[in-house]
Design a protein around this ligand. Sequence first.
Ligand SMILES: [Cu+2]
Length: 279
Amino acid sequence: MTPKRISVLIGTAIAVAGLGAGAAITACGTSAPPASKTAATSPGTSAYSWYQQMMSRHDGSSTMMGGNYGWMMRGSGYQWMTGGLTAPAWMRGAHLPTTMMGTTGDMGQIMGRLWATAPGPRVTPQQAARFGSQAPVGATIDRIANTITFTSNTVGFTAEASPVGGPDETFRIAGLVNPKIVVHAGARVSIRVINADSDTAHGLVITTNHEGSWMPMMTSRPAFASSALWFLGNPTTMGMHTGALTFIATPPGTYQYLCPVPGHAQKGMSGSFTVIGGV
Ligand SMILES: [Cu+2]
């Protein structure tokens, strides 16, 4: 891979991670759904200040921000990368550009380090363990079939990514490993995501079909509006990053939830998400 290609790749990885931070920092508290994206994507916020500091550490580096990435430092670049209205279509659900193909380096570890100090809500390891094992309100849990079924029009649960105690590279939901989730069409679904991994970024996206792809967002897209929380950084002494995504589950169909970090869905960070009938 040429240096230019690596630069583009990593630059794009940062851009994608930017959307994750945008999603993460819009979440308020540990259970509330994301509020408005406007605050997170506006220069002048604490998130933007943090972003400038983080990016300035990499600006000028031949391997990270060399070439023509100076524009990313400015407000327009920040808004572009955090999914504002001017963000490219692929950040809002369309297919990703081919420049993101490739397998050099571990993007998850790169992004995990970069976004470790991002502003946003945190939980303690104890809270993460409790939320990851907690039975969701109103849910029917079939532990034999590894299935969680919701019949109400309001659905909420926690997905703990790479939980302490394992299995690694999986989601723990209600104490189950990558369970099948069943909801009724039209339900308002809120998912709290926690990154419990010590050295890798994780996120959660509901997609149509990842087809076993190394980079699933190359081959599929978020199934519903706002059904993506792209990346949460590594835990720090401040706690484990958490964020929330909230969406309306419709139309009926068989979807998947997965981690969008390259390679993670293939390693096992995926599960079935089925929308049936109406509420
Ligand atoms: Cu992951």
